[in-house]
Design a protein. Structure first.
Length: 602
């Protein structure tokens, strides 16, 4: 084939690839309120431990089945072999408990009401860690990141009968991943959250962003700043936003690119807060598309060492949480899972939760909006990230954009965190400084923090006051500190003679402290792993933190025991991190009541 002829197919491939990427990059938000076919339930699966994607010249994604007795294939989706979606594979099959490689899932379905006037997207809430998505034998693309949603357009591939969606998920931990190879939580693999086939008009509203303009906070007429993103070939010139309770029905100009900024002036706006978690029914219409949502409006900012919610100082009575239902031993993926853990947090007296260490399921974020619980959200830039690798920075930005795209309109979400316990080396400082700028460029309606770990155990520090001077602090709105004095360094009484400060006029959150206890194991308060040790550690730690100037909140580590392969102390941990205030069976430990009593006084 001549050079010229070769170039043409290459150009076509590049164009198609770009379209495919655009299809994935057309982020579609608020999918629960769109028209969709639920693809959850039993899926067939094929193990692919050597990550070949097929065998003997056949790709698993071809869904090939022999047509006669001579046919050869060396794997197969058999009806008897299924996994539930959503759900990790680890806890569905004992033989997969520590499986870390590739598994190919298949869902077949008919679409008898196929319409030429619709576009169809396969939307996946999360698959850990990478997902290769194929549809009716075509590879649509690959997504990296185990905790953020993604989608691919399948419009041109849809058939009325016998569609097959085949997704290869790989949960292998690699050094250039986010998180990297070692992390203190269970590496659940699989399609861990839901899958939908979304139907939208040919031109539709793929995303929208609404927030209260901080400068109007003290005015009678408040301003809601808005932005729309429309996708499609026949963009309307106008869109409409309706907020019936505020008597708003406003036309919006749509620019030729389909993005548009607008402002809505409203009177008698009731602000969202933990005390009054007011949500407004909002409808946005454009062309044939219409989307409904429930959105609350609030402002969050800092003033010196204070955090101001709606212009008033707030104390964040928090707790850390992993996205796991310990009773089911699996990733959380339902509203019931969210109600369980948020119920426990409310019993504790919390108005704030640190969603550690990665984006949690969207259902929990939306429930926090309804219940009035403030949230800290983060990407797992955790411990030993490959800071010097530009591909990792690209991945971090892509995944953070997916989280912001998904949760921008959630009033409960007030803090984006960009790291957890990362050593202050130059490549990390540069990477995270760029991340902070990147996030601020997308979203100016939230605060930025990071969980800083001091560079040495406080107990070993000669001075009674340790000064945090991590260069990253300059880039943060809030200094958040992981401090384990009395557990990882010294004993609880060490808290009486130590304190710490920072050279910055910024609010301080204690983003982690705590210690392990096996629920039901009792002893004196110096018997490690007893409930009494943990109880005393909380008393001593809280007394120390309460003295710190500018400490405006805390999220002790952690609400409930959770699974971690790093924790293998026989008879005590057995694969569980025991720093929870509640056991994996839902039983409260003594320290739970120490924190509850402290919060009742704040
Ligand atoms: C670290 C880390 C947590 C970890 C905890 C612990 O600070 O941020 O992810 O689980 O401490 O040691 O239990």
């Amino acid at each position: 084939m001549s050079q010229k002829h070769l170039l043409l197919p290459m150009a076509l491939i590049l164009c198609l690839w770009t379209v495919a990427q655009q299809a994935q990059n057309t982020f579609i938000s608020n999918t629960e309120n769109r028209t969709f076919t639920d693809l959850n339930g039993k899926w067939n699966y094929i193990l692919d431990p050597y990550e070949t994607g097929g065998m003997g010249g056949r790709a698993i994604s071809d869904n090939y089945e022999p047509t006669d007795k001579t046919g050869r294939v060396e794997y197969g989706f058999t009806e008897g072999r299924t996994l539930y979606v959503p759900g990790s594979w680890n806890t569905q099959k004992p033989e997969l408990e520590y499986f870390e490689a590739a598994i190919w899932y298949r869902k077949t379905f008919d679409k008898p009401d196929l319409s030429a006037n619709k576009r169809y997207f396969v939307y996946i809430d999360a698959a850990n860690q990478t997902a290769t998505v194929t549809f009716n034998g075509k590879t649509l693309g690959k997504h990296e990141g185990g905790y953020t949603p993604f989608n691919f357009e399948v419009t041109d591939l849809m058939k009325e009968k016998d569609n097959f969606l085949i997704i290869g998920v790989n949960n292998k931990r690699d050094a250039d991943d986010i998180p990297a190879k070692v992390h203190d939580w269970y590496n659940y693999g699989g399609i861990t959250r839901g899958v939908k086939l979304i139907e939208v008009p040919n031109t539709f509203i793929n995303n929208y962003f609404l927030s209260l303009d901080r400068s109007s906070l003290d005015q009678k007429t408040k301003h809601i700043n808005g932005k729309l993103e429309l996708t499609g070939t026949s963009l309307p010139k106008k869109a409409r936003i309706l907020i019936p309770e505020l008597k708003i029905d406003q036309e919006i100009d749509v620019n030729p690119k389909g993005a548009t900024n607008f402002q809505v002036n409203v009177k008698n706006l009731e602000l969202w807060s933990p005390e009054t978690p007011k949500l407004y029914n909002i409808t946005i219409k454009a062309g044939e598309d219409s989307i409904n949502d429930e959105i609350g409006f609030r402002t969050i900012e800092t003033r010196g060492k204070e955090i101001l919610l709606n212009g008033k100082p707030v104390f964040l009575k928090g707790i850390c949480l992993h996205d796991e239902n310990p009773l089911r031993k699996d990733r959380a993926n339902s509203i019931e899972d969210a109600e369980l853990v948020l119920g426990w947090a409310q019993e504790l007296g919390c108005n704030f939760i640190r969603l550690a260490h990665y984006p949690h399921q969207e259902k929990l974020v939306r429930l926090a909006d309804k219940l009035g619980i403030l949230l800290w959200e983060e990407l797992p830039l955790y411990w030993g990230i490959q800071w010097e690798n530009p591909e990792v920075l690209k991945k971090a930005k892509a995944q953070y954009a997916e989280m912001i795209n998904r949760d921008y309109n959630r009033a409960s979400s007030i803090i984006w965190s960009i790291a957890n316990e990362t050593a202050p080396i130059p490549s990390r400082n540069e990477f995270l400084s760029e991340m902070a700028d990147y996030i601020r460029g997308i979203d100016q309606t939230r605060l930025i923090s990071a969980a800083i770990k001091k560079d040495q155990e406080l107990d070993g520090h000669p001075d009674s006051v340790y000064t945090y001077n991590d260069p990253l602090i300059e880039k943060l709105d809030i200094l958040s500190i992981n401090e384990y004095l009395g557990w990882y360094g010294g004993l609880p009484e060490a808290c009486r003679t130590k304190s710490f400060t920072s050279g910055f006029e910024k609010p301080i959150i204690i983003s982690e402290f705590g210690g392990g206890a096996l629920q039901g194991f009792h002893g004196d308060k110096r018997t490690r792993w007893s409930e009494e040790f943990q109880e005393d550690l909380y008393k001593e730690s809280i007394a120390m933190f309460d003295k710190i100037d500018g400490m405006v909140g805390m999220t002790p580590w952690i609400l409930v025991d959770y699974m971690s392969p790093l924790r293998q102390l026989p008879g005590i941990q057995d694969g569980w991190n025991r720093k929870g205030l509640i056991s994996e069976k839902g039983i409260k430990k003594k320290a739970f009541y120490v924190l509850k009593e402290y919060y009742s006084r704040k």
